[in-house]
Each structure stands twice: as C-alpha cells, then as structure tokens.
Design a protein around this ligand. Structure first.
Ligand SMILES: Nc1nc2c(ncn2[C@@H]2O[C@H](COP(=O)(O)OP(=O)(O)OP(=O)(O)O)[C@@H](O)[C@H]2O)c(=O)[nH]1
Ligand SMILES: [Mg+2]
Length: 372
C-alpha cells in the first residue's frame, strides 16, 4: 500500500532527554574567603509527549521521520544557577491514536480528545548541585548528583478512527456505495472484491442540522482472523464506533451464514466488538421484489434489519432513522474500549517493509523536525 496516503500504523524510536548533572562548585570571589558551596541543579531532560490534534487524519507525517529525540537538560552551574531544562518533543497525532511498546506489544497510552497530551517517555530529572548538600556537619560537600538517565523505546503508534457507525461486510457487499450515496465521500466503487484498501470516512447529514460519521472499511472474509484477505488489520477502525452496520447482499447464498461468519471474525479480533449494537442492512434489494423480502424477513437474525438499495435509493431513509435511533440510545454510547496489547508477531505490516526497503539502504533518515 505504498501509494496510499492513509497511514494508520508507524513504528518510531523515541528518546527522552537525560537530566543535567548537578554542579559541584564553590563560591570564589576576591575578599570572600571560603565562599561555600554554590553548585546549582541540573535541568530536567525533555519529555517525549503524544498530543492529539484534530487537524491530523493520518500518521503519514511520521512515516519517514521515525526518530524522535527530546533535548537533554543542561548541567547546573556555579552561583546556584540551575541548568536549562531540555525542550520537550511533542508528537502530534490524530485524535484516537494509541501507543504500544514495539518490543512487547504492551499498551502504553492513547489520546482521545483534541489537545490532550500524554507523556510517553519522561525526561530524566536534573541532579542536585552541591549547594543542596551543605549542612552543619559538612559545610563543603564535594559532590553533587548526576542527572537521571534518558529513556528510550521503540513505540508503535496506531490510529483508531473515531466514527459513529462502522460498516462491516464481505467484499463487494456495497459498503462503499452506501457511503457514497449517504455522504459526500467519494470512495472507489467497483464490481470486484477488495476495491477498498483503506478506510474511508463520511459525514452523513440527518434531518436539519444533525449528522453522524460513517466509516467504510475494507471487506472481511472468512478466515480474516488468520490473515486471509486483508486480514483484520482494519478492524481497529471500528473498535470505537458506537454502532456496527452489518451489510449482506440480497443475492447472498445464505444471509444468516454470512452474518454469522462476520460475527465470528469480529469476535476473533476483539470479543468486545460483539457488545456493540448491531444493525443489519440487506443490500442490493433492487434485485428482490416485495414478496421475496417478506419471505426473507422472518428468517433474519434478531437485530434491527433494513432492506436497502443504494442504487435505487430504496430503504435509505429508514436505514438512517434506525441508525439515528440506535445512536442516540443511552445504552449505545461509546464506552472506553479496553485496548488489548498488540500481538507483535503479527503486527508487522507491509508499510513497514516498504519503508525498510526504501530507506534503510543508506541508513540515513533525518530526525523529524516537529517545528516545521
Ligand atoms: N444492484 C445493486 N448493485 C449494487 C448496489 N450497491 C452496490 N452495488 C454494486 O456492488 C459492487 C460492489 O460495491 P462496493 O460499494 O464497491 O462494495 P464494497 O462492499 O465497498 O466492496 P469492497 O470495497 O471490495 O469491500 C459494485 O459493482 C456496485 O455497483 C445496489 O444497491 N444494487
Ligand atoms: Mg469498498
């Protein structure tokens, strides 16, 4: 997926600043004999901070800038002068970004509100200068503290899109078509599976001034949890959706079976996904007549179900009504999802390999300048 601008996974190397050393210094001045200890403290090392910024939609700006180093604190000086603190390094990311330790897969933190900041790596504390250690017994301490060391870590950042409704279906179910008729989004649509390779978001206007956000993700197939098709790597984009809209085409051999397979794959990925309210849309109903619909209806699974046709503009108002009703339902409000630790063995993505090929040869990628 090298051509895509949608980057939802990056691995970066972060290092906080080490603390400055405290100073061992004695006051020296003409006519002041034995001026006493006056070594100042070292400055704090810079933190590496993750900050949510709603103006970002992807992690692409971090893709070729994988080294993030905060500044070291300066050493303390004589005259009780404290060293300057090292500048923090702020990594700006889209709202909904999650950080994991790249070696263990352990969940570290996430940022979910615009402007929210979380310290990813702490800068080292500055050491105390010898001035702090003077006392009645030892009036000339000839020692000071070193600064605390820096922290280093490979970190994986993953974006989990925030949408109200997530579309779940086999390839070719008509997901992108639905998004294109309900919103102004222009996803690619074609009569072959896996047309959609990256998620698309659209804003669906609903009556007067109301609206909700819909996320179209690549199709899921049986065995996705074992890596078939595009696998499950895009499912994280529906983890935080309030509602899942399952889409099964009317010409499916067995609507219930298809629905069950989708459910099972979701469960394999994260059982919590099954706690979300589901709505079922039977798509492409321009191929059915009233009689057939009446026949199918009683056989459908026990969730709100709507027959739609995006092409014939059939059932779309009803679908929006059902989605809206579920969205405003207290019980369906988005709860904080528990981020499971990453399975590092399977977390490696193509993106990363592309990157390694393109950039590791000369081993010469610059440190990212966030002030640009
Ligand atoms: N007859 C009919 N065809 C439809 C309808 N909606 C979508 N299609 C067709 O179904 C095919 C697949 O549509 P997409 O919207 O690309 O399907 P998708 O679910 O996004 O597929 P992937 O991106 O591959 O997962 C296209 O040829 C559409 O024209 C519909 O309501 N009626
Ligand atoms: Mg699609």
């Amino acid at each position: 997926m090298a051509e895509s601008n949608f980057v939802d996974y990056v691995k970066i190397f972060c290092r906080s600043g080490k603390g400055g050393a405290g100073s061992t210094h004695f006051h020296r001045e003409k006519f002041v004999a034995k001026g006493g200890p006056d070594g100042g403290d070292g400055g704090r090392g810079g933190h590496v901070i993750l900050k949510a910024n709603r103006n970002y939609w992807t992690l692409i700006h971090l893709r070729y800038a994988r080294h993030v180093f905060a500044e070291a604190g300066q050493n303390g000086m004589g005259c009780r002068a404290t060293g300057k603190s090292g500048a923090d390094k702020i990594i700006e990311v889209p709202v909904g970004t999650v950080a994991y330790d790249a070696e263990t897969g352990e969940f570290l933190c996430d940022v979910n509100e615009d402007g929210q900041e979380v310290v990813l790596l702490k800068g080292g504390r500055g050491g105390l200068g010898n001035w702090n250690f003077r006392n009645a017994v030892n009036k000339t301490p000839r020692f000071s503290q070193p600064g605390e060391p820096m922290e280093e870590r490979h970190v994986i950042l993953e974006l989990k899109l925030l949408a109200d409704v997530g579309l779940v279906g086999f390839p070719n179910a008509g997901k992108s078509t639905l998004l294109s008729v309900l919103s102004a989004a222009k996803p690619e649509i074609a009569d072959y599976p896996f047309t959609t390779l990256v998620p698309n978001l659209g804003i669906v206007p609903y009556h007067d001034d109301k609206s909700f956000v819909m996320a179209d993700i690549p199709g899921i197939i049986e065995g996705a949890s074992e890596g078939k098709g595009l696998g499950l790597r895009f499912l994280r984009h529906i983890e935080r959706n309030a509602i899942l809209l399952f889409m099964v085409p009317a010409d499916s051999d067995d609507i219930n079976k298809e629905y069950e397979i989708l459910l099972r794959e979701l469960q394999q990925y994260n059982p919590e996904l099954l706690d979300k309210q589901r709505v079922l849309a039977i798509t492409k109903c321009d191929m059915l007549d009233e009689e057939l619909m009446a026949e199918i209806r009683p056989t459908l699974p026990d969730v709100p179900a709507v027959f739609i046709s995006s092409v014939a503009n059939f059932g779309l108002e009803e679908l929006k009504n059902v989605l809206w009703r579920e969205l405003i339902d207290e019980r369906n409000q988005i709860r904080e999802i528990v981020h499971r630790d990453l399975d590092i063995a399977s977390a490696q993505t193509d993106d990363e390999e592309d990157f390694d090929e393109a950039f590791d040869e000369d081993d010469n990628y610059d440190e990212y300048d966030f002030d640009e």
